[in-house]
Design a protein. Sequence first.
Length: 309
Amino acid sequence: MAKARELHRRIRSVENTRQITKTMEMVATSKLKRAQDRVLAARPYAAALAEVIADLYSPELAERFPLLRRPAGGPRRVALVLITSNRGLCGAFNGNLIREARQRISALESAGVVVELHGIGRKGIGYFRYVGRALASQRQDIGDRPTPDHAVAVMTPLMERFAGGDLDAVEVVFAQFKSALSTPPTVMRILPVAPPPPVADRRTDGPGDGRGSPSAGPAVRRPANYLLRPSADEIVSAILPLYVRNQMFRALVETAAAEQGARRTAMKNATDSAGDMIDMLRRTFNRARQAQITQEIAEIVGGAEALKG
């Protein structure tokens, strides 16, 4: 009887756990939809900025703007920004980001580069505190709803230090949001700004395919249809900081969306595992209960036979 009662208590405990994980899965699903909308809303603006920079970029302009400066001989001091979540229960999400940051730090330091680490998110900060790695800065107040102001607060001091020559590069480790199930950890270099490749159109003077489609000829640069006022210099000087901050904002919102996707997947797996465990415990409980009933019947029959004898 004691074993049956213990199994019954375990069944109730696992059912309560399953209810919690199911609720967390539903909450993560709701947050994922909003986070995904923010990611999709940020991408067109970033693409437009990249297109303008690609059209206006020239080697002459690059020499006059600090954010385009590339150090001779490669970078010697790099700021690495690691973005993780403030909460756990999202599977290997934070572990993968931390592993990617460790590999990047190891690769840079093996090349003789001085790396200063900046942490965003409690999980990454806690890990590097535990292993004794010094953090140049840390932020735990951004959470899962980053705003452009957060990106400005993170990037402004780094841009100032880069423009002053104190840093040679700024990189960010974040989770690239491809889908709810695909969020690979990614390293992106934000500074110096690398001009995106110019937009290209296919040649249309080939024979075609008979259906009105142009042939796959060599790509040519589409001319920019811009009237530059007051000047290209002033336009680039205004757009470059916006582009850099937008890159950090995209990294923040994509990591936030990836966190919710990872948490939903982890909680769904936990809910399914709890259901399987409940089924197994119920079968075990039924077998134990059946064995107990059989034993009681055998004892009653044995007692009756003893009274007859």
